[in-house]
Write a protein that binds this ligand. Structure first.
Ligand code: NAD
Length: 356
């Protein structure tokens, strides 16, 4: 039977082309119910315009849930600047072209008059945001030298630790990470900061990165064990911490996990919703990604506070991830559902509640 219902719930999808600079940009606003939509801009290769559209719609909806559960007065949005060939991608390495396109893009953001506030994402740097800031006030995540919130990774890592504490409280009866064994996948900006924080909490760490030089550095600097990336899935541990890229939890990897819980910073860890149910069926507690990794967003959002950025305030708000994760776990238990479903249920409740 054909359905004639238009069931997309986004408020806006705008597809732009600036003829002067040949910039293409897609901006999706999923919800402004709680406030202006916030979301990073990613500059990335896509196989087609359809693929870029799919990504921006999916990611902006995810931002709505993330802001709702982080307790922010912000909604969900996202932007994608796609390129479709290697040659087009290479144009972005030419400083004059890059700057002209960023300014054109900033004007597009500005035309939305604050309905959408953007920040960094893949291949967009704080320096790029500083260029954009000259043409629009609706950017956040600027370098510290420009009174911005700077690199969000340290706060993201701190938030992951709070999420882990809530999960271990539930799984092992204590929020202390002392004596636990954590397998960290990905030693990039977040993973490399997470490792010393976990060690300081008394945990032991095994880690992996597809870039061998990062594994060598972690082994040298922190004295932790490292394994080949694929072997990490089968490492016996208490917590598996995905801090690499998305879709790592799927029907192939989940049966291989030898852990009691999964908590990490990566976005979109589940390749599809069913993966959350698969973890639940294996009694592996899943610390829902957009709850656990909200520290970076909380940090960027702090830049929008009337008094400007304050790191101590951002870190304080990040502590709430512990309580939010506890509520997710309680909701899951009470309703006999997975944590994935529980977090969605909680986010929808926030979105349906009357706005104060
Ligand atoms: P990053 O690119 O600096 O680090 C990712 C690391 O993962 C890289 O070193 C890469 O080599 C490694 N990697 C890729 N595939 C791997 C695999 N199969 N096995 C092991 N290692 C692998 O990124 P980041 O800023 O550290 O962010 C990590 C994740 O957290 C991303 O998914 C990002 O979207 C998410 N996240 C980051 C922040 C932040 O503040 N940076 C905030 C929220 C969410």
């Amino acid at each position: 039977m054909t359905s004639h219902r238009f069931d997309d719930t986004h408020e806006l999808l705008a597809i732009h082309h600036d003829p002067a600079t040949d910039l293409h940009a897609l901006i999706a606003i999923h919800s402004t119910r709680l406030g202006p939509a916030i979301g990073g801009t990613r500059l990335k290769w896509y196989p087609s315009l359809d693929a870029a559209r799919h990504d921006v719609l999916r990611l902006s909806e995810g931002m709505t849930y993330k802001t709702a559960l982080a307790g922010l007065s912000l909604g969900g949005g996202k932007a994608v600047i796609p390129y479709f060939s290697e040659a087009e991608g290479a144009e972005w390495a030419i400083p004059e072209i890059r700057a002209a396109r960023l300014i054109a893009y900033a004007q597009i953001v500005d035309n939305l008059r604050g309905r959408f506030i953007t920040a960094e994402d893949a291949n967009i740097t704080p320096g790029d945001l500083a260029i954009m800031k000259r043409s629009t006030m609706y950017v956040a995540g600027l370098p510290r030298e420009e009174h911005g919130s700077g690199d969000p990774a340290p706060v993201t890592a701190r938030g992951v630790v709070w999420a882990m504490k809530a999960i271990t409280q539930d799984a092992f009866g204590s929020s202390s990470l002392d004596g636990l064994h954590v397998a960290v996948q990905g030693l990039g900006n977040v993973g490399m900061r997470l490792v010393p924080t976990l060690l300081a909490e008394g945990a032991s760490v095994t880690a992996a990165d597809v870039r061998p030089e990062l594994a060598i550095a972690a082994n040298r600097d922190f004295g932790i064990a490292t394994v080949e990336p694929d072997a990490l899935f089968e490492t016996h541990c208490d917590v598996f911490a995905p801090c690499a890229y998305g879709a790592v939890l799927n029907s192939t990897t989940i049966p291989r996990l030898r852990c009691r819980a999964v908590v990490g910073s990566a976005n979109n860890q589940l390749d599809e919703e069913a993966a959350g149910e698969l973890l639940h069926a294996r009694s592996i507690l899943y610390g829902v990604d957009y709850v656990a990794n909200a520290g970076g967003l909380i940090n960027v959002a702090q830049e929008l506070a009337p008094d400007g950025y304050d790191e101590a305030a951002a870190l304080k708000k990040t502590e709430n991830i512990y309580h939010t994760m506890q509520r997710v776990l309680t909701t899951a238990r009470d309703r006999r559902i997975s944590t994935t479903m529980a977090a969605q249920y909680m986010a929808r409740e926030v979105l349906l509640a009357p706005v104060a």
